[in-house]
Design a protein. Structure first.
Length: 177
């Protein structure tokens, strides 16, 4: 599992509205492996135009920027894992489907909601994301956008790697107390 960095920097990959979990990681790949890197090799293959190796073009740290309702569809918990496995450091969207939002946080994968950024960012823009401040800087355009910030508890989940590592840590602390 990759640890979340407080500041991430990378090139943007732009997607539209209603990208569903079947497009993020098609079922034919989700059933044969739970290995993050293997899933990452097939991330976003279900999105029209990405059938031929989108994940192989991603550089570690790159950032997905999408329209509204990102991650809609089935409750495929491995959708954020597949994106992370491709090397994408975070997803910025106009809005997220609730199930994807919760799965991403539970898996320790950073997502940011910013309608302004989702609309203004172009493919290939160089971005920096300050997760704690909720600030997205677009170095290509010289702009800055504010994202919805997470409450402290959810930020703590992200920095601990998700819900399961967070619970393990809390149980360990109780045992030692």
């Amino acid at each position: 599992m990759t640890s979340v960095q407080p500041v991430m920097r990378g090139r943007s990959w732009k997607f539209g509205d209603n990208v569903d979990t079947d497009q993020i990681i098609p079922a034919k790949y989700a059933i044969y492996s739970l290995d993050e890197k293997k899933l990452g090799e097939h991330a976003m293959e279900g999105v029209p135009g990405n059938e031929d190796g989108w994940a192989q073009q991603v550089s570690p740290g790159d950032i997905v920027v999408a329209g509204s309702n990102f991650g809609c569809g089935s409750s495929r918990e491995i959708a954020p894992v597949a994106i992370r496995g491709a090397g994408i450091s975070c997803v910025i969207a106009d809005s997220f489907a609730r199930i994807f939002f919760r799965n991403a946080i539970n898996m320790g994968y950073p997502i940011l909601q910013s309608p302004q950024a989702a609309e203004a960012i172009h493919p290939g823009d160089e971005l920096e994301v300050d997760l704690e401040a909720g600030i997205i800087r677009n170095f290509t355009q010289g702009d800055e956008y504010q994202a919805d910030r997470f409450p402290p508890f959810m930020t703590e989940l992200l920095f601990h790697g998700g819900l399961v590592p967070w619970v393990r840590k809390r149980l360990q602390e109780r045992t030692l107390a």
